[in-house]
Write a protein that binds this ligand. Structure first.
Ligand SMILES: [Fe+2]
Length: 455
């Protein structure tokens, strides 16, 4: 009995509502026993999230545990789904995992082993997480600059060390980044470790105009140099040409004139975009990412695709895969809200993000969106083959449904975004041709007063 009480307390502390599930189902109060010869853990790539309103339908995706779909069909029960959701929430926390497994009935343990949700630590795959690198990316993921205002034509002697970057050499995230993320995410529980590969050393760069955060892994030699730059002990002339170019790109090295010109260009661009958006309820905003961030972001997306992270089918759109509220996209989603609120005529907050791969044969029918998508930001994050902006897969918006002359074609390169009022402007994409591929993330926002579901 004493053991049972302890289990209840641990469960209540670690898994929350699972306690109510067990009571509701009156399942036997003995825990399942994973294979004792192996150290079984919840698969680091396993994930499960709600899509839509659970009261009338359920959607989900599972990372590399796709067979869970058929298992769910066999055990089609709301509480069973909640239990699998609890497993996803316990993932990566040994204490929570142990408490969870101690109370799960044996047949569920069996099912979890069968579907690789529960897996031997020795053979468990590593979860894919985002992180850039401070080196020239492979040509297959490089991104071309579309905005002249960010060019850096000055000579090497004009550069000085900038002020908007932070170096992390151990497991402690710089307090400036935590504070910035705290403000941006408005969520103290935001877990860096779920989004970024936190292996030190990390260079955290902050865009001085937008406050966008770009992290990069550094080699030990690079970290020594950046540390020397911060302390004023490493001469700029001793930096190799290749690293000098990288440090310019991420604005660790800046020129005074270039910095002022960049800020002035950004403010003018924002003012022009705002005027256009207020008049038309749509606008295309050129990318604010540095090239390295955009390139490594592209690399990350490829890793998600090859890692099987995408829901493999989509009933709404043919030849499309998707991830609802993908963790890194959620980071971008919340990070861009401050800039978005400078553009829009009303204050908005994030509802959900939707990351989608489109293959040949995909299209998007003309439609307007549900209320969770009052304002939309559509961002191509990867395009194949590499094409110039004019030949990218465009989205069409129609500002007046009764007037075909009000149809506008919006073209975007990687990292550019289309901002439009989704609940009012009809929008669509035409069928994608053979040999093409596009990865697009949709970031949806609601009016700050919105009270409904954000899923
Ligand atoms: Fe839409």
């Amino acid at each position: 009995m004493f053991r049972l009480i302890i289990k209840f307390i641990r469960l209540k502390l670690s898994c929350g509502f699972l306690f109510e599930i067990m009571v509701f189902l009156r399942w036997p109060w003995w825990g399942g026993k994973p294979d004792e010869d192996k150290e079984m853990i919840i698969n680091p790539t396993y994930n499960l999230r709600l899509v839509g309103d659970m009261t009338d339908s359920r959607g989900f995706h599972a990372l590399r545990g796709v067979t869970v779909a058929s298992t769910l069909t066999a055990f089609d029960h709301r509480m069973f789904f909640d239990l699998l959701l609890s497993a996803a929430k316990c993932k990566g926390n040994p204490r929570k995992e142990k408490a969870f497994l101690a109370l799960v009935p044996p047949f569920i343990i069996e099912m979890m082993e069968y579907t690789d949700i529960l897996i031997d630590r020795e053979i468990a795959p590593k979860a894919v997480k985002y992180m850039g690198r401070l080196e020239m990316p492979p040509a297959s993921i490089s991104v071309e600059r579309a905005v002249g205002a960010f060019e850096k034509p000055a000579g090497r002697a004009d550069y000085v060390v900038g002020k908007h970057f932070y170096l992390q050499r151990d497991n402690t995230i710089p307090v400036e980044i935590v504070e910035l993320m705290g403000n941006v995410m408005n969520n103290k529980n935001f877990d860096f470790c779920n989004v970024f590969d936190m292996e030190p050393s990390i260079l955290w760069c902050v865009d001085p105009c937008t406050d966008f955060i770009s992290p990069f892994h550094l080699s030990d030699a690079q970290a020594d140099i950046v540390s020397g730059l911060l302390q004023g002990t490493f001469p700029l002339n001793d930096i190799s040409n290749e690293l000098f170019e990288m440090l310019k790109e991420v604005e660790v090295l800046v020129t005074d004139a270039g910095f002022k010109a960049r800020r002035a260009a950004h403010e003018k661009c924002m003012a022009d975009n705002k005027a256009f958006l207020v008049a038309n309820e749509y606008v295309v905003v050129k990318s604010s990412f540095n090239l390295l961030h955009a390139a490594w972001q592209r690399h990350y997306l490829k890793a998600l695709v090859t890692g099987g992270y995408f829901m493999p089918s989509d009933v709404q759109v043919p030849n499309r895969q998707f991830i609802h509220n993908e963790p890194y996209c959620n980071f971008l989603h919340h990070m861009q809200v401050r800039e978005l609120n400078k553009l829009l005529p009303e204050v908005v907050s994030p509802s959900f993000s939707f990351l989608a791969n489109y293959y040949a044969g995909s299209d998007l029918e003309k439609h307007i969106d549900r209320e969770q998508c009052e304002w939309n930001v559509s961002m191509p994050m990867d395009i194949f083959p590499n094409v110039d902006v004019e030949n990218a897969w465009p989205i069409y918006v129609q500002t007046d449904i009764d007037d075909d002359n009000s149809i506008v074609e919006l073209n975007m390169g990687i990292g550019d975004v289309a901002v439009y009022r989704g609940t009012k402007l009809y929008h669509w994409r035409e069928r994608m041709g053979h040999g093409r591929y596009a990865n697009i993330c949709f970031f949806h926002y609601v009016n700050g007063e919105f009270k409904g579901s954000l899923a």
